[in-house]
Design a binder for this molecule. Structure first.
Ligand SMILES: *[C@@H]1O[C@H](CO)[C@@H](O)[C@H](O)[C@H]1NC(C)=O
Ligand SMILES: *[C@@H]1O[C@H](CO)[C@@H](O)[C@H](O)[C@H]1NC(C)=O
Ligand SMILES: *[C@@H]1O[C@H](CO)[C@@H](O)[C@H](O)[C@H]1NC(C)=O
Length: 413
């Protein structure tokens, strides 16, 4: 699928393609398509904490609702403490985990508690908050709109930058009274970088960016490239309309199937095709993941990613002839990453096998960050890691998460 960058498109498509090869495809259960809210997307009444109970093994988990300033009602979870005791009087610094595209916050809790970032942080004395982007199964309500309304899906990551992220951060800050550490994966890194370039990331102390995505020009994902080139303007009006992109719906399955057939790609091993050769996934976790993910997003969001890939510049959504009407200029405004404050603590971790967050594109980002204060920028390169290893890798705790914890502690003033 699409497009680019995001995380777990991969999963998404692996489900789809596998399903397409089976006679009793799971997809048939959600026929009716795109605009109908399907079973998969509807939240269980008890929310994500209940859904995650099997992997949370007795960790405290709390559910919150956050209403964004553009009316979306999001589900946010909190794991306020770990299973290990910390000394009395210790303040637990809040950390917000922001997942990538086509997945939801559950991805941070799918491995064992000793391996998953959410529980590892809790056990290390952090107060862990997990967000779920609009449109994913636990975050499908809105003050006035319903997911069956096309307007509900009228957004891209621009709106996550201007409305969603500030609303969530404001909420966590208000609840805890402390500035926040941020962890983003894939699209979660993109919206943080864009917010930082606008100097709009208030009440955030530091950020750890895993599989950073800002430039996509060198993306190695063949299917992503094909899709990005297909996913141009007209698709908005013809094939999908302004609508939900539901990876578990028939329309998307047919689209991907046609794309794979038409391009001669071997789409059987989608996870690898889309995200690179992940070294360190647990087969049993991948199985659970396929049951939980992928999650819907807005078609318009995917079109925006396709633009990012094609243009090589990070800018707001390109409305073509209507740019003037939207922005008062003929081209969309650019997110200028040179404007990121040089003393903002940033931790970047990227992988040599990552097909979405390509090494060359990360190099472009690092070049822009060159003037950053040396003691405020920590960069980690993991040769054998691909896109999904950062979230679901069984070795990620030892290789990446311990570094993040040390980094947050160092920048906890
Ligand atoms: C979508 O949002 C844009 C601005 O963000 C607005 O100009 C446009 O009218 C909206 N379209 C629909 C169909 O709601
Ligand atoms: C793989 O996942 C299962 C189920 O969570 C777990 O019991 C097992 O210990 C994991 N294996 C590794 C190598 O992490
Ligand atoms: C981005 O900002 C830098 C420094 O503020 C400036 O020199 C550069 O021209 C800007 N680039 C764009 C494309 O606006």
């Amino acid at each position: 699928m699409v497009l680019n960058s995001f995380s777990n498109l991969a999963f998404l498509t692996s489900v789809l393609v596998i399903s397409l090869h089976l006679p009793h495809r799971a997809l048939s259960s959600s026929h009716g398509g795109f605009l109908l809210e399907d079973k998969v997307a509807r939240p269980p009444a008890a929310g994500m904490c209940a859904a995650a109970a099997a992997t949370l093994h007795g960790y405290k988990c709390q559910e919150f609702q956050v209403t964004t300033d553009d009316g979306y009602i999001l589900s946010v979870q909190r794991i306020p403490e770990g299973r290990t005791r910390v000394r009395r009087g210790h303040i637990r610094p809040p950390v917000l985990l922001q997942h990538g595209i086509l997945v939801d916050g559950m991805t941070w809790m799918l491995n064992t508690p000793q391996q998953s970032l959410a529980t590892v942080l809790a056990d290390n004395g952090f107060d862990v908050w997990i967000s779920n982007t609009r449109g994913t199964r636990f975050s499908r309500r809105h003050l006035t709109l319903d997911p069956t309304d096309p307007e509900y899906w009228n957004w891209t990551w621009d709106e996550l930058v201007t409305h969603e992220l500030p609303s969530i951060i404001g909420f966590v800050f208000k609840q805890t009274g402390h500035k926040i550490h941020y962890v983003g994966h894939s699209m979660g890194t993109l919206i943080a970088l864009a917010s930082l370039s606008n100097r709009k990331l208030h009440n955030v102390k530091s950020a750890a960016l895993l599989s950073p995505v800002a430039y996509l020009t060198h993306m190695k994902t063949d299917l992503g490239i094909v899709a990005a080139n297909v996913f141009v303007g007209e698709i908005l009006t013809t094939m999908f309309g302004m609508a939900e992109f539901n990876p578990k719906g028939d329309a998307v399955a047919m689209f991907l199937n046609a794309l794979c057939a038409g391009s001669g790609l071997n789409c059987y091993d989608m996870l690898t095709v889309l995200t690179g050769k992940n070294c360190c996934l647990n087969a049993s976790t991948v199985h659970t993941t396929l049951k939980n993910e992928p999650q819907p997003t807005a078609t318009k969001n995917l079109v925006h990613f396709a633009q990012t890939f094609r243009y090589g510049v990070l800018s707001k959504f390109d409305y073509g002839n209507a740019n003037f009407e939207h922005y008062g200029e003929s081209t969309p405004p650019v997110y200028n990453l040179s404007n990121i404050r040089r003393d903002f603590p940033l931790f970047l971790s990227y992988g040599g096998q990552d097909a979405l967050s390509d090494v060359q594109d990360v190099a472009t980002l690092l070049e822009i960050l060159k003037p950053h204060k040396k003691d405020k920028l920590q960069v980690q390169y993991i040769k054998h890691y691909a896109h999904v290893d950062f979230v679901l890798g069984t070795t990620a705790k030892d290789i990446v998460y311990n570094q993040i914890i040390a980094f947050f502690r160092r920048h906890n003033k």
